[in-house]
Design a protein around this ligand. Structure first.
Ligand SMILES: [Zn+2]
Length: 339
C-alpha cells in the first residue's frame, strides 16, 4: 500500500470558502456569521473525483492522509471564536470526504488556533475530531500570527497541555504554518519552509522529547532546511551539549517527502534514516506545474522515490510502514473505514 501522509482539501466546494469570506466580513462589522451553507454529497464527490482521486489513480497511490487547506487556516484572521467555527466546518467537511471515500482518505484536523490565545483552547476540537469523527492526527501551526512569530516557541510549557492530549489520544501532529500576512514572506515558499526549520530548531533546544518521550511530529516539505543543513544542526546540538540528534530527535521527529525534485529526495534519503521518512506529495497543493526538465508534475514525488537507491524493504517503510507506526490510530481507523 502507498500512503501519502500529506494532502489538503484545496478543491473544496466554492460555497465553503464563500462562507469563510462571509464569516470574516461579519466579524469585521461586529455581526454574527451567517448560517453555514448546505453542501451536498454530490458537490463533495465532484470536488474529489476529478482532483485528488484522479491523481491517486494516475500516480498509483492508495490512501491520502487528508486535512483542510493549510493556507486557508489563516489563524491570524478574526478571533478565537472565528477560528474555532472555521476549524469545525473545515473538519466536518474532511470527515464527509472520508465517509464518501473511506478507502482513499483518512482525516487529519485543522486546529482552532489564534495568536495570543493559549493552545489549550484547541484541545476540545482535537478531541472531538479524534474520538467522535475518527481523525488520526492534526496540523499544528507553530506561528498562528501568520509570519510575525508572536507566540512562545514550541518548547514553551504553554504548549504542554496540547502535547499531553496528543499523547493521550495517540495522535501525531504535522507542523504546518498557514498563509503569511507578513509581506516579507511568501506563504508556500519562505514561510512554509521557515516554519518547518524553526519548529525543528525549537524542539532541538528544548526538553519536549524528554518530557514526552512518545510524542510524534511530522515536519513536512522535506523538513524545510533541516536535512540539507543536518551537519549544522548536529554541530549546534554538539556545541550546546545537547547530545546526538539521532538520539535526541529521531524518536519523535519525522520528515515527509514533499521535496519537488530528485536531487532533493536523494539528499533526504541519504541524510535522514529511512525509518524517519514518510511518503507524501501534498497534492493538490502549492506547486501544480510540470517540471520542464522531466516532463512530469513537480509534486509527483513517487517518481523520485522510485529512483532512489534503496531496497524494496526500505521503500516499503517510506510508502507505508512508517506511516502506520507514526499515526498510532491509522491501522484501526483504516480497518473501520474499509469494512
Ligand atoms: Zn501542506
Amino acid at each position: 500500500m502507498i500512503i501519502d501522509c500529506h494532502g489538503h482539501y484545496t478543491t473544496s466546494p466554492a460555497a465553503h470558502q464563500a462562507w469563510r469570506e462571509a464569516q470574516l466580513t461579519a466579524f469585521a462589522s461586529g455581526q454574527s456569521a451567517p448560517a453555514y451553507p448546505l453542501i451536498t454529497d454530490d458537490e463533495i464527490r465532484a470536488s474529489i473525483v476529478g482532483g485528488q482521486l484522479r491523481l491517486q489513480r494516475e500516480r498509483g497511490t492508495d490512501l491520502t492522509i487528508f486535512s483542510p487547506r493549510a493556507s486557508a487556516m489563516a489563524h491570524h484572521l478574526g478571533d478565537a471564536a472565528v477560528s474555532e467555527a472555521w476549524a469545525i466546518h473545515c473538519n466536518n467537511l474532511i470527515h464527509r470526504v472520508c465517509q464518501l471515500f473511506p478507502r482513499n482518505f483518512l482525516a487529519v484536523a485543522q486546529l482552532p488556533q489564534t495568536a495570543g490565545v493559549p493552545i489549550s483552547h484547541a484541545i476540545a476540537e482535537l478531541e472531538r475530531c479524534v474520538t467522535q469523527l475518527g481523525f488520526i492526527g492534526c496540523n499544528l501551526n507553530p506561528d498562528p500570527s501568520g509570519g510575525h512569530w508572536q507566540d512562545k516557541p514550541l518548547s514553551d510549557r504553554s504548549w504542554y497541555p496540547f502535547y499531553e492530549k496528543m499523547v493521550e489520544l495517540d495522535v501525531p501532529a504535522m507542523i504546518h504554518v498557514s498563509a503569511a500576512c507578513n509581506p516579507a514572506f511568501h506563504s508556500t515558499g519562505s514561510h512554509y519552509l521557515n516554519g518547518d526549520t524553526v519548529a525543528f530548531n525549537q524542539f532541538m533546544t528544548s526538553s519536549v522529547f524528554k518530557d514526552f518521550p512518545t510524542i510524534k511530529f511530522i515536519i513536512p516539505h522535506g523538513g524545510g532546511a533541516v536535512p540539507y543543513h543536518w551537519g549544522r544542526f548536529r554541530g549546534l546540538a554538539q556545541d550546546a551539549g545537547l547530545g546526538l540528534l539521532k538520539d535526541t530527535m529521531l524518536n519523535n521527529i519525522f520528515f515527509d517527502t514533499c521535496v519537488y525534485h530528485l536531487p532533493g529526495q536523494e539528499l533526504l534519503a541519504k541524510v535522514i534514516p529511512v525509518d524517519n521518512i514518510l511518503f507524501a506529495s501534498e497534492m493538490i497543493g502549492a506547486v501544480r506545474g510540470i517540471d520542464p526538465e522531466t516532463g512530469f508534475p513537480y509534486d509527483d514525488t513517487k517518481r523520485y522515490i522510485e529512483q532512489l537507491p534503496l531496497s524494496a524493504g526500505d521503500k516499503a517503510k517510506i510508502y507505508e510502514g512508517n506511516a502506520r507506526r507514526v499515526y498510532g490510530r491509522l491501522n484501526q481507523q483504516l480497518k473501520k473505514q474499509q469494512q
